[in-house]
Design a protein around this ligand. Structure first.
Ligand code: HEM
Length: 216
């Protein structure tokens, strides 16, 4: 138990919960790519998910737990580092990657995006009855939805931040898990690229397709 709250224990918790969140994003992208196949398929998919509502609730509970594990450990670990080093980073400034210092800030902005996203998408989907046109909700030209250009721009900025956060996150995960340097380069190049390059591009593609009317 004590190990979990040690600095390395916290890093391991951040690493594993981060990997789980990245895997969630992969599934979430697949779900949303259905938007390209038209309203009927998308609405059927959402109705199906509503019909297995208990299982979805259990998965959402698990997701919430993982998010809390990631965010709380990240915040405590940052505070601990700051206190231990009187505001300075643990390694000399020129050797600490610039990105590592901004992880907590990109993380907090992503958390803000997350809350907006849940308020407008998740919550709206919850309160709708079963034969709603969910597709139309996603495309609405109203704050919080993707037909609305300022919201779309906010989403794209948040997704770019998520991409940068994931890129640095994966480099840290490989270090935390002690993966030998000779395996790190190909892993970062190919596996991590799927998560920080391909998946965010997929989300951005959906948003652009909605904005230019390709998904309509
Ligand atoms: C094109 C971009 C996106 C679209 C169209 C989209 C769409 C949606 C929709 C429709 C829901 C409600 C699902 C339901 O309740 O049945 C949802 C929930 C959710 N989204 Fe997104 N999303 C996008 C991007 C993202 C990103 C980038 C993240 C991660 C940072 C994210 C995280 C979540 C989470 C955690 C939930 C709640 C869990 C769930 O019920 O599946 N989404 N999203």
């Amino acid at each position: 138990m004590k190990f979990l709250f040690s600095s390395i224990g916290q890093k391991i918790q951040i690493a594993f919960s981060g990997i789980a969140l990245a895997v969630f994003l992969l599934f979430h992208l697949f779900n949303n790519l259905v938007l390209f196949t038209g309203a009927e398929n998308f609405n059927n998919m959402v109705s199906f998910l509503k019909s297995i509502h208990l299982l979805v609730r259990i998965l959402e509970g698990g997701l919430l737990f993982i998010i809390l594990l990631h965010v709380i450990n990240a915040i405590f670990s940052t505070i601990k580092n700051k206190n231990a080093n009187n505001g300075q980073y643990a390694i000399a400034a020129d050797t600490a990657p610039r990105n590592s210092k901004t992880m907590i800030w990109s993380g907090l902005i992503i958390l803000f995006f997350f809350l907006i996203h849940l308020r407008y998408f998740w919550y709206t989907f919850q309160i709708m009855s079963n034969n709603t046109n969910y597709f139309e909700i996603v495309l609405k030209n109203e704050f919080g939805f993707l037909g609305h250009t300022p919201t779309a721009i906010f989403y794209i900025i948040a997704i770019l931040l998520i991409s940068a956060h994931l890129k640095h996150g994966f480099i840290s995960v490989f270090k935390t898990l002690g993966i030998p340097v000779k395996y790190r380069d190909p892993l970062i190049k190919y596996l991590a690229f799927i998560f920080w390059g391909v998946i965010p591009s997929g989300f951005i593609l959906i948003i652009i397709a909605i904005q230019i009317g390709f998904i309509n």
